[in-house]
Design a protein around this ligand. Sequence first.
Ligand code: PAF
Length: 281
Amino acid sequence: MKIVETILELQQQIPNGKTVGFVPTMGFLHEGHLSLVQQAKKECDLVVMSIFVNPLQFGPNEDFDRYPRNFERDCLLAEQEGVDFLFYPTVKEMYPVQPALTVKVHEGVDVLCGKSRPGHFDGVATVVLKLLQIVSPERAYFGLKDAQQVAAIEKLIRDFHLRVTLVGCPTLREHDGLAKSSRNVNLTRSERENASNLYQSLLLGKQVVEAGEYRSQKVLSVIEEFVRKNVTGTVDYIEVLSYPELGEIEHLSGRCILAIAVQYSKARLIDNIILDVKGEF
Ligand code: PAF
């Protein structure tokens, strides 16, 4: 595996005529990231991973400084998984000057994480656009745990005519259902035990839908009730929306997302389930 820190070096080293799979990350890798690499390896000739904690997507009171980092461990994991190029730029390399232009996401940002993280998806879209320009991959791999991010990047690719295929990959989970996330290390022991209830609440919502309840408000109430009784963190949101449009819906029909975000003492966790609802209502 080659570790490359500059844009020029990366562009010079990626050979022509190969199908490039790209896995953008902010590091502190876990099995979720590695599953993206595995998928990319199956479908592409070579895999480029980036590790860059993007300051543009963190609000002033968010966890940019606290965001976990361990580059040496990441290198070992990426190499073991068969990453060919690890792009590890500095902030100065990615933003050598104050950007004169950034991307603004207009749709699907007044719900879910967009509500409490104003500007977050603008920062994500801006850096993803830059990374896609730098790497020029055929395929780019993103985890569906960040479903709102995937929806925004789908629109980025569509609206800016980017020649890349987005591959959304399923969420990887711990044995008790907690979605794997770099932020899980910031949970206390009791919070970690409690955090599996996020997924349990969504599963309950899914069961209710599968049993024939398609009214969003009813499904929401069941999830909220479970969360009120079982989750110790502070709920940021629980929402039932269409996916990937992220529109409010009275009834679940077609692709829908059940999503939750909870703030624990030092970690804000998100999770979701995407359902394909075929029933009548
Ligand atoms: O999902 C992430 O880790 C980040 O938002 C991404 C896509 C690497 C952009 O910084």
